[in-house]
Ligand binder design. Structure first.
Ligand SMILES: [Zn+2]
Length: 590
């Protein structure tokens, strides 16, 4: 595949190229029965560089007022925090679909509707007030909420662990590419695994140093334990290894948890967290030293350690089946050659619904408005949608407002499982999650920088916009794996997750990081994440325009975006492109 820079010239060659090819083709390659988006008209692509005057003019329609209107609407109490399957969720989806229809988009779901519905299973585990562990005939009880949080790993009325031995398994990672295996082939069937969070972060050549990989994510840990046939898994929480305080574990894992309906994948019975103090106390009760174990876990030679502890626990689960949906709006491409390929913009429309009040905040307020997370990103992508509708992109453009992101990227996982375009036909994904509410910045954060040809796309726009593109500024937090682009990246789609910068215009150094720190401590996943008078929309306007330009370049470039050689998602891309080629061959097309 040709690197991007050289492709910069193709824009100038476009008229020549377009004259050459005019065959009418059926775009979707058997991936879906969605009727091919008929090309609107012959491409009207200007030739003055990647971003034409018409596209610049369209970008002017992306305004603070446009974004604010959406945040004020779906971030209001009337939407009750847009919990999956709730009335607020249904209302928000309707509001978004009506907005897209008014802009001239077509329904983008396979059944010709605006909504790609997906089922969710809600599990509300009744956590016991205490959890007992025994060792040598003695018993130790840990306290719910202040020392442990536990949820069900199964979608059934009860989760049961009986007489299970605890085994410390270090990070619980199996990564052949790093010659790392924390399990060493030990039989851990029916055990309860005690695991460290994150992945090894002290050596740049090992697990990418302090950049958190998927191996360092809580969901990977529970999946990994299930693959070992374990009965349960306990992650030890520390602020640095989680990237957020214990309070987030308390609020995020209490109450109803949603999942996509279970397949035949292996599952643990119970998924738990312990505070580091509680873990230290528990390990000592079994006669071991946690700090020594943590040191031992930092080597490839590490072997699982029996903790001389045993436990049983039963959770009674309330199971609730609901439905939510991704809202999909499609703008057919203007170029017959490229209209069967698509650029996907994403933003999740859901948040946490109604839950526990924030003990440090207003004890009456139980609505998790999710104004920044992610009514702001929804507003930015709605504004981008309006600009795209005025820009006649060569490729089709899909606006995907995905649901149930807070429950584990479930809506985008479902979209990736049931894509409306073949993954090998998806040129790129541009994702927004939690806009910058504090003002204009000189820099912009590209989460995923260094992984694909989108590096060149963002560099081109940065030059044009006189901005600086920085990679993930908190690599230890693993943001690439914490938002919806990850679901599409897993099926091979090159992804651009644009997030606000930290170098604020007119502010002293460090001001930005301080503001973000305050937000994480006070408002992240709290009822207090609300639209307030001090919100400054300038940053979001600039970042949305930046994303719009990047999306338009990807929509008008001769070729689709690609991962860099050796990237963790390159293999999935190659497989998808090969499948498209063989499907085309099967249909006798070039
Ligand atoms: Zn979010």
């Amino acid at each position: 595949m040709k690197p991007f820079p050289r492709r910069a010239t193709p824009f100038l060659l476009l008229p020549l190229f377009l004259a050459a090819c005019s065959s009418e083709s059926d775009p979707t390659t058997g991936q879906t029965d969605n009727p091919a988006p008929a090309p609107v008209d012959t491409p009207a692509v200007e030739t003055d560089g990647p971003i034409s005057a018409a596209i610049r003019a369209a970008a002017e329609t992306i305004t603070g007022e446009a974004i604010r209107t959406v945040v004020a609407e779906i971030g209001s109490d009337a939407y009750e925090g847009r919990g999956p399957g709730s009335e607020g969720d249904v209302k928000a989806r309707k509001y978004i679909a009506e907005g897209l229809e008014a802009m001239g988009y077509k329904p983008g779901a396979a059944d010709g509707s605006w909504e790609q519905a997906f089922d969710l299973v809600g599990i509300n585990a009744d956590q016991p007030p205490t959890w007992s562990f025994s060792s040598g005939g003695e018993k130790l009880d840990l306290i719910q909420s202040t020392e442990f949080i536990v949820g069900s790993g199964v979608q059934s009325q009860q989760s049961i662990i009986t007489e299970s031995d605890l085994v410390f398994v270090g990070y619980g990672i199996q990564a052949p590419e790093y010659e790392w295996d924390d399990y060493k082939g030990q039989d851990l069937t029916g055990k309860t695994l005690v695991m460290l969070n994150n992945d090894p972060d002290w050596d740049d050549d090992l697990f990418a140093g302090n950049r958190r990989l998927y191996y360092g994510r809580w969901d990977y840990k529970y999946e990994s334990a299930a693959k070992q046939g374990a009965a349960g898994a306990i992650i030890i929480h520390t602020d640095p290894s989680a990237g957020y305080p214990w309070q987030v574990v308390q609020t995020s894992w209490t109450g109803e948890q949603f999942e996509l309906p279970a397949g035949d994948e292996p599952r643990i019975q119970a998924a738990a967290w312990l505070t580091s103090d509680a873990a230290e106390k528990l390990v000592r009760f079994g006669g071991q030293d946690l700090n020594q174990l943590i040191e031992a876990a930092k080597t490839r030679e590490f072997e699982p350690v029996d903790l001389n502890l045993n436990t049983s626990i039963t959770l009674n689960n309330e199971i609730n089946r609901v439905q939510s949906a991704n809202v999909l709006g499609l703008l057919p491409g203007s170029d017959p050659e490229l209209a069967d390929e698509v650029v996907v913009f994403t933003a999740h429309h859901d948040h946490l619904g109604i839950g526990l009040p924030n003990f440090a905040g207003d004890p009456e307020d139980r609505i998790y408005n999710g104004a920044r997370d992610n009514a702001s990103g929804t507003g930015m992508v709605m504004a981008i949608a309006r600009a795209v509708a005025q820009s006649k992109p060569r490729r089709s453009v899909l606006m995907a407002f995905v649901g149930a992101e807070e429950q584990g990227l479930l809506g985008s996982k479902f979209l990736a499982r049931e894509p409306t375009f073949h993954p090998g036909k998806i040129a790129a994904n541009v994702n927004f999650d939690s806009g910058n509410i504090w003002g204009a910045t000189r820099d912009i954060t590209f989460i995923g920088k260094g992984k694909s040809s989108l590096d060149e796309v963002t560099a081109m726009v940065a030059e044009m916009e006189d901005r600086v593109v920085l990679g993930d500024q908190f690599p230890d937090k693993g943001f690439f794996y914490r938002s919806d682009q990850f679901s599409l990246a897993k099926i091979g789609v090159p992804a651009l997750y644009l997030s606000g910068g930290t170098d604020f215009v007119g502010r002293p150094e460090g001001w930005g990081a301080q503001k973000m720190g305050q937000y994480t401590t006070r408002n992240y996943h709290q009822p207090s994440d609300e639209l307030t008078a001090d919100w400054n929309f300038e940053g979001m306007v600039n970042d949305a325009r930046f994303g719009f330009y990047c999306g338009m370049i990807a929509a008008n470039a001769d070729e689709m975006q690609q991962w860099k050689p050796g990237d963790e998602f390159e293999a999935a891309r190659k497989a998808a492109l090969a499948e498209v080629a063989s499907l085309a061959e099967g249909a006798g097309r070039p």
